[in-house]
Design a protein around this ligand. Sequence first.
Ligand code: GDP
Ligand code: FE
Ligand code: FE
Ligand code: FE
Length: 195
Amino acid sequence: IKLSNRFYHGTKEELLEKIKNQLSDFRYKHILGVGQTCYELAKLNGVDPEQAMIAGFVHDYAKEKTDEQFIEKIKEKKLDSDLLNWGNFIWHGVVGAEFIKDELKITDEEILNAVRRHTVGAPEMTTLDQIVYVSDYVEPNRSFPDVEIARSLAYANLKQAVIFETKHTLQFLMSSSSKIYPDAILTYNAFVAEN
Ligand code: GDP
Ligand code: FE
Ligand code: FE
Ligand code: FE
């Protein structure tokens, strides 16, 4: 599709070129898959497909920046200093949104929030947030046990796919004794846990 200028001031090719310059080939392929999946899920869920596709393309824009670059940005933007206790997995979304704003000049807060929430979700997620969160998990290049279940759920019922992803991600993290980012628990309580 041809971009409208509502979310990015340039062509799709120009946007992808800037993203490609920041990423390894493997991750560039991933963001193309996420953009495509976001576009399809947006059409199924009444969200602007262009907005969703751009959010998918940029969601991991900052993933390969160095820890030093993230720490500098956290200080420059006076973001919550607790972020300094975590690492790339949380920075590339929450702090990544700041790089997307500053370097790509994308200012749409709905896109930026979807990027911020794409790794651990949030107790309240907009439909766009859910689309990016789920597309990241099920895009065509992903392969892990149960990806096909997650993928068919995504196209059948977005919220059920959020529930499935949240539950399985937490199970995976706990089975490997990983430190859980508190917002991931809030997402779990809001979407998965029963009263
Ligand atoms: P990617 O950027 O496309 O690889 O995918 P994500 O942004 O969804 O996840 C990035 C990494 O963070 C993955 O390896 C996840 O398993 C990991 N991750 C997600 N949530 C948590 C968490 O609460 N704690 C830890 N330690 N890692 C997490
Ligand atoms: Fe990511
Ligand atoms: Fe994810
Ligand atoms: Fe990703």
